[in-house]
Write a protein that binds this ligand. Structure first.
Ligand code: FAD
Ligand code: 2HG
Ligand code: ZN
Length: 474
């Protein structure tokens, strides 16, 4: 750590920072700060003397310039929905909240782009695209509160990544404030721009450690004219992968969602969720939520129905229901998106946001479940996730009646058991949530040493004083 770095600034310095945004937007009272200091599962508790809420890119620039000159550490924060602790000030750092930069500067339907400030809530961006007949396909369970800046900084994945790509693939241009306060203007709408190194991607997935994203040009798609959503019981993850391959090759529309869920997590949802109904009668070992989209207004429903009937014949599907209307489709997605929340009442949950090649998902799930339950008898793996991206959330709930603190104390050991299997299958220990604070120690164990060296050099070049989100990622 940089020796001169100031984590908790003195009052006179705080006054200088507050003057940049105005007193109203320099928050220091404990009650207002409290929700910004704790992450969703209560895993982390931070502390700070001040949260700054800039209202323009220029104010962000002035804050970072002063922070750099005075070696003051800052932690960018969007919607505070991150799952690896990246947005939490652990050591008294100033929080740089981006939520006032919430303008959609432009929606350009002809160019299929939308220019959003970093604090725009994802759902608001989706709605703005929809209002002009376009689709912004990034979709996460947290979309009602996460922000575009957070989405890009974590390179979020979500349920639409299968067809439309992860956040990185949805960003055309960026505006970034560097650690020294300079503003980099790359808010272009161009698909083709080979004028040297493509710097936008350095800041996507950087988790606020290299600079602050203040705005971005995002890619839009035509709204599909027909969408069918099916809730499908399958005998195994292997059947699910075969079903995906079959759907992608057989159905004329595009498979725009393909989520795998184990029965036990459906039980959690039925027990703890709000307005959740089991879409299918009877209990089945695994479920797939499949969404297919098409630009052809007619014929998709018949096609998907026939496809599912054929899949039943081939023993890939046990039972299935096709949403009768938009409300039912929404209720299937509501069930899927509630899965993070419904784990909480079951006690401690040790998370693994991992990816392996799609073909290896069945073997990974089988091996990891066996290894974890042998390691902690009674522990309950409840895997679910974006199987079409090879990205499973291999979350492990504590044994029923076990002591939560004692179970969570074994987080690193359980991670080691699972990560070993992930690496055996040439996978990644962080598929979409990032490194943050949670996986910082793990990163050095798994990352190629040359790549790690380049990452450190890059960090040093862009943030020589180490003011940007210290203690995260590297
Ligand atoms: P924050 O949590 O505030 O910050 C996240 C990181 O980005 C931090 O390191 C922060 O310092 C940095 N940051 C924030 N804004 C900026 C900025 N403007 N410039 C530079 N750095 C910045 N993630 C997925 O990938 N896929 C999912 O399907 C998914 N589902 C989720 C479901 C639920 C219910 C929850 C609670 C979380 C889920 N997440 C998912 C994780 C999380 O929502 C995403 O990581 C999201 O992109 C974070 O956005 P945020 O605005 O909340 O960022
Ligand atoms: C999801 O896909 C999120 O729902 C969160 O990435 C997963 O709770 C989790 O581990
Ligand atoms: Zn996910």
């Amino acid at each position: 750590m940089n020796e001169q770095l100031r984590h908790a600034p003195k009052p006179e310095l705080l006054t200088r920072f507050a003057a940049i945004v105005g007193d109203k937007y320099a928050v220091s009272d404990a009650a207002t700060l409290a929700p910004h200091l704790i992450e969703g599962r209560g895993l982390y508790q931070g502390r700070t003397a001040m949260m700054l809420r800039p209202g323009s890119t220029e104010e962000v620039a002035a804050i970072l310039k002063l922070a750099n000159e005075t070696r003051t550490a800052v932690v960018p924060q969007g919607g505070n929905t991150g799952l690896v602790g990246g947005q939490i000030p652990f050591d008294g750092e100033i929080i740089l909240s981006m939520t006032r930069l919430d303008k959609i500067r432009e929606v350009d339907a002809s160019s299929n782009t939308m220019t959003c400030e970093a604090g725009v809530v994802l759902q608001k961006a989706q709605e703005a695209a929809s209002a002009v007949g376009r689709l912004f396909p990034l979709s996460l369970g947290s979309e009602g509160s996460c922000t575009i800046g957070g989405n890009l900084s974590t390179n979020a994945g979500g349920t639409g990544a299968l067809a439309y790509g992860i956040a990185r693939e949805l960003v055309v241009g960026v505006e970034v404030v560097l650690a020294d306060g300079r503003i980099m203007h790359l808010l272009r709408k161009l698909k083709k721009d080979n004028t040297g190194y493509d710097l936008r991607h350095i800041f996507v997935g950087a988790e606020g450690t290299l600079g602050v994203i203040t705005a971005a040009v995002l890619k839009l798609f035509p709204q599909p004219r027909a969408v069918e959503t099916a809730f499908i019981a399958v005998p195994s993850p292997d059947a699910a992968v075969k079903l995906l391959n079959l759907a992608q090759s057989r159905i004329s529309g595009t498979v725009t969602g393909f989520e795998l869920m184990i029965r036990e997590i459906i039980d959690f949802a039925l027990k703890h969720g709000h307005n959740i109904r089991d879409p299918l009668a009877g209990k089945h070992p695994w479920y797939v939520l499949m969404e297919v989209s098409s630009q052809q207004p007619d014929g998709l429903r018949d096609e998907v129905e026939q496809f599912l009937a054929d899949a039943i014949e081939q023993d890939l599907v046990i039972d299935a229901t096709l949403a009768a209307n938009l409300d039912q489709a929404k209720s299937f997605w509501h069930l899927r998106h509630t899965l993070t929340e419904v784990q909480k009442p079951e006690g401690g949950s040790i998370k693994h946001d991992v990816s392996v090649p799609v073909a290896a998902v069945p073997a990974f799930l089988e091996e990891a479940s066996a290894a974890v339950t042998a390691f902690i008898p009674g522990s309950r793996p409840v895997p679910f996730g974006h199987v079409g991206d090879g990205n499973m959330h291999f979350n492990v709930s504590q044994p029923i009646g076990a002591d939560t603190a004692q179970f969570l104390a074994r987080w690193t050991e359980v991670n080691a058991v699972v990560d070993k299997i992930v690496l055996k299958h040439h996978g990644s220990i962080s598929a979409e949530h990032g490194i943050g604070k949670l996986k910082r120690e793990s990163l050095v164990k798994v990352k190629d040493p040359v790549a790690l060296d380049l990452m450190r050099n890059l960090k040093h070049m862009l943030d020589p004083n180490g003011i940007m989100n210290p203690g995260k990622v590297l």
